[in-house]
Design a protein around this ligand. Structure first.
Ligand SMILES: N[C@@H](CCC(=O)N[C@@H](CS)C(=O)NCC(=O)O)C(=O)O
Length: 378
């Protein structure tokens, strides 16, 4: 670290330990008692019940989230409280944004109506408990697919709706042009995120001192950065775009060129409910397939007459693909009619048709040089 940087930032080294949440598992132990008829009968009954439950699970025929959602008449979706372009309430309190629309697509696929949905704003720290406890049906909240979350935390990612990576924002006035010049910096971020671990990895592996300051919500982290309490604000690049727009003088801040991590963001559900997982997964894939096939919100009705076999399957004119996920054959048609395809959702919320103006980059379709690629409907 340069003497100047020392003077500017001080030199406290503090690396936080990431502690992934622990999956609470049920008590599956059976105590063996003396061999009385009663006990034997109980054991036989328990074994039969367990086998029946397993069989139901294996066929996906258990009454699960999809049935619950159909019965209550709406999807309960966990989102970010205030991340412009991704998820934030508008002046009327209606949630708007990319993550919000990925969730609305699920409601449209199930009910033919994207408004059959309720949103639960969740901080980074609260989000997984809300999902595990059943408070929400699906989480669509700029959440990174990591191995811990996808395995031991009991959750299951249904796709990657946004390929992202972590970046840094600083005030132009501090004269830093690269993240490698951040030695000794005070770094603000939100707790309960991959951001915390990535920054520890980055500063540690580059042998740079830094002082992490974490906050329970993003609003506080951004306020602390704006007030000068921190030299650096760090999060996913998507979050930097969103936050920069809301700063008093966006032009006084720059995003440094380094992207220090992979942040594959996408919707996720609880483990153990394949029927619901399939609905969320294929609701998303339908949007990407629609873009690939040129089916849009404007032309979807016309496309019902398309001779293209892939479009026919997508729009329910051929086959019974809806039945395979417990929905009507118009499931994908309903999504596209309500929201358009993946590209349209991207563009109007975070892309060139939005104030954020994020380039498609990695989120372009695979055939346009990006990574968005959905398995076929057939
Ligand atoms: N993708 C990362 C970070 C996600 C995250 O929660 N980032 C904060 C900082 S930008 C955020 O989005 N907060 C949203 C809000 O408070 O509205 C993760 O899954 O851990």
């Amino acid at each position: 670290m340069s003497a100047l940087a020392h003077e500017r930032f001080g030199s406290t080294l503090q690396i936080r330990q990431f502690r992934p949440g622990q999956l609470a598992v049920g008590d599956g132990q059976a105590a063996l008692a003396p061999k009385t008829g009663d006990v034997l009968m109980k054991i036989t009954f328990l074994a039969a019940s367990a086998a029946a439950a397993l069989a139901l699970f294996a066929t996906g025929a258990s009454a699960g989230t999809l049935d619950d959602v159909k019965a209550k008449g709406f999807v309960q979706c966990g989102v970010s409280p205030a991340l412009t372009g991704f998820s934030a309430p508008d002046a009327t309190g209606t949630y708007k944004g990319f993550d919000v629309e990925i969730c609305r697509a699920i409601a449209a696929a199930i009910f033919g109506d994207p408004t059959k949905i309720k949103f639960t704003p969740l901080s980074a720290k609260e989000r997984f408990t809300a999902l595990s406890s059943g408070e929400i049906d699906v989480l669509s909240r700029n959440t990174t697919w990591t191995m811990t979350r996808d395995t031991s935390q009991g959750l299951k990612f249904a796709g990657i709706s946004y390929y992202d990576g972590q970046g840094f924002m600083v005030r132009k006035s501090i004269g830093v042009k690269s993240a490698l010049e951040l030695g000794g910096a005070t770094v603000c971020t939100e707790t309960g995120t991959t951001t915390e671990l990535n920054q520890a990895d980055f500063f540690h592996s580059n042998k740079l001192d830094y002082k992490p300051v974490t906050f329970g919500n993003n609003e506080e982290a951004v306020k602390a950065y704006e007030s000068g309490r921190c030299d650096v604000y760090t999060t996913d690049a998507s979050g930097l775009y969103a936050v920069r727009l809301k700063l008093t003088n966006p032009d006084e801040h720059i995003v440094l060129p380094e992207i220090i991590s992979k942040e594959p963001l996408g919707p996720l559900v609880r483990q153990g409910d394949d029927a619901w997982f399939n609905v969320v997964k294929w609701s998303f894939f339908a949007l990407v397939n629609a873009e690939e096939l040129g089916v849009t919100k404007a032309n979807v009705d016309e496309m019902l007459n398309s001779p293209n076999p892939e479009i026919k399957r997508l729009l329910g004119k051929d086959g019974t693909f809806g039945a395979g996920i417990g929905l009507s054959n118009e499931w994908a048609y309903n999504e596209i009619k309500a929201l358009g395809n993946y590209g349209e959702i991207f563009d109007r919320n975070v892309g060139m048709g939005s104030p954020l103006k994020i380039a498609r980059g990695l989120n372009a379709l695979w055939k346009n040089g990006g990574l968005q690629y959905a398995p076929p409907i057939r």
